[in-house]
Ligand binder design. Structure first.
Ligand SMILES: Cc1cc2nc3c(=O)[nH]c(=O)nc-3n(C[C@H](O)[C@H](O)[C@H](O)COP(=O)(O)OP(=O)(O)OC[C@H]3O[C@@H](n4cnc5c(N)ncnc54)[C@H](O)[C@@H]3O)c2cc1C
Length: 450
């Protein structure tokens, strides 16, 4: 029996005021997505005086379209880590992901968030995919992950050659989880503000249109860290746009299914059908239409009985080496933290971010925290440099609005009706209002450009 809660509905969610006046806190968190809220809940429970500022409403960013798969089966991410940072790093991260899953399950029990157990299958659709699947199996076994090979992909609605199964994984309703955590944080004394965009950061002070917060530690939990001008850090990240499609119809799914091909589809069950998520490529790369066509073809071939109910576009931040970026943006400014780069796996990584920041603030650092330091050397710098290259290229388009972050020329995407910066992935509404950082200020869009 599938869950009987609406996946993305917020129900009677609590709303929060906007910030007016000046406040002081131990920790100020910018961004009210899964990261900001998870950190606020853990810090407040530890008695740390915490303020959270969200530009729009809680959960309005990437978290809005999270499909709620909570699993240590992160498919290709472990291979990326093993290649870039070595087997020890990949094994440590795998262990932390398994631990986070147990923690999140326990937390959901405490907060009465409904979770459902299921299995996650990574599948090889054709024989061409088999070498990649065997390689993934061997690696994950070595990392100590609980995987097994399966001939039958547990109710997968289309035929597959072979699959890799991880049992006893979770599904949860992401927004219900997020709002339950927010309510808990507020109960513990956290001050939460919505409609309070941070427009400037000066040392330990944050400024919104009508207020300010001074804090000993600041956490930028905004996807790409707002205001970050540090190219080495930005080169470690890539904003990727993801589509989510809600599907109605038969056959009912029992489990989640992930393609072994990097950037291909993931499918999870819902009460009346399924949720399909799909990587549309780097934000601003202009490849959206092409990816959309592939998506339609794939759906027609694999799921002919299902029809599209709704589709959404959001973006998440990938890191160059597969590990999240959690820690001080610059080593010499240990008070200014960032937490992002989850490569599409935000529920468990948000919990990990909360453990890292809580360890830092309470003076008991998580022993593994140094693995996630944003200033670690990036083995994928050449790819990052290509992002910087896109920045220069962006500067040559003269007829578009300019990104307030570093001056790149924005591209308009008619499908999502937003302006996108091809340099670092900031996005803006048609009118120029900031949707995703690192830009903090709105873009100036002239009447002609709207
Ligand atoms: C389509 C899709 C499906 C996914 N499915 C899964 C899944 O099944 N399982 C899983 O674990 N993960 C999944 N993820 C990943 C997960 O959703 C993200 O990693 C996670 O939501 C990131 O949370 P966040 O809080 O870091 O960022 P966000 O949710 O983007 O939150 C950042 C917040 O910062 C706010 N903000 C920005 N600028 C400012 C400012 N200047 N001042 C104040 N606030 C600001 C934004 O409004 C936003 O609310 C999915 C992601 C996508 C896109």
């Amino acid at each position: 029996m599938m869950e009987d809660f609406p996946l993305w509905e917020q129900g009677t969610r609590q709303t929060y005021p906007s910030l007016r006046g000046a406040l002081q806190a131990d920790v100020a968190i910018v961004g009210g997505g899964l990261t900001g809220i998870s950190c606020a809940a853990m810090l407040s429970a530890l008695g740390v005086k915490t303020v959270l500022l969200e530009a729009r409403q809680l959960g309005r960013g990437a978290s809005w379209n999270c499909t709620g798969k909570v699993t240590s089966q992160l498919a290709g991410v472990y291979q990326t880590i093993a290649d870039a940072a070595g087997m020890d790093a990949a094994a440590t991260y795998a262990r932390l992901m398994r631990q986070s899953m147990l923690d999140v399950r326990e937390l959901c029990g405490k907060l009465q968030v409904p979770v459902q157990e299921h299995s996650v299958y990574v599948f090889a659709e054709t024989t061409d995919d088999l070498p990649a699947l065997h390689r993934m199996f061997d690696l994950q076994k070595r990392l100590g992950l609980p995987v097994a090979m399966a001939k039958d992909a547990g109710g997968c609605p289309f035929p597959v050659e072979l699959a890799l199964v991880t049992e006893h994984q979770l599904l949860l309703p992401p927004l219900i989880y997020l709002h339950a955590l927010a309510a808990f944080a507020a109960e513990q004394g956290c001050h939460i503000y919505e409609n309070s965009p941070v427009r400037a950061i000066d040392g330990r002070q944050l400024f919104t249109p009508e207020g300010s917060v001074e804090a000993a530690t600041i956490l930028l939990a905004t996807g790409s860290p707002v205001g970050c001008m540090s190219l080495p850090r930005l080169c470690m990240m890539q904003q990727r746009t993801c589509a989510t499609v809600t599907l109605e119809g038969n056959p009912p799914l029992l489990n989640s299914y992930l393609s072994v091909q990097p950037d291909e589809l993931t499918l999870r069950p819902t009460q009346t059908g399924a949720l399909l998520a799909w990587d549309m490529g780097r934000t601003g790369s202009g490849k959206r239409e092409q990816r959309q066509r592939i998506l339609r073809r794939t759906m027609g071939a694999l799921l002919p009985e299902m029809h599209v109910q709704e589709s959404h576009i959001r973006q998440d931040v990938w890191s160059g080496d597969g590990l999240p970026l959690i820690g001080p943006i610059k080593p010499q400014q240990s008070y200014l933290w960032m937490a992002t780069g989850y490569s599409g796996w935000g529920v468990l990584n948000s919990h990990l971010a909360a453990r890292c920041i809580a360890g830092h603030v309470t003076g008991h650092p998580l022993p593994e925290a140094s693995l996630f330091r944003p200033d670690r050397p990036s083995p994928k710098l050449p790819e990052g440099m290509r992002i910087a290259g896109a920045y220069l290229q962006g500067l040559t388009h003269l007829s578009a609005p300019t990104c307030p972050h570093m001056g790149g020329k924005l591209r308009y995407d008619p499908a999502s009706q937003r302006w996108e910066c091809p340099c670092h992935g900031s996005t803006f509404t048609t009118m120029g209002e900031t949707l995703d950082g690192p830009a903090m200020q709105p873009a100036e869009v002239s009447a002609k450009q709207r």
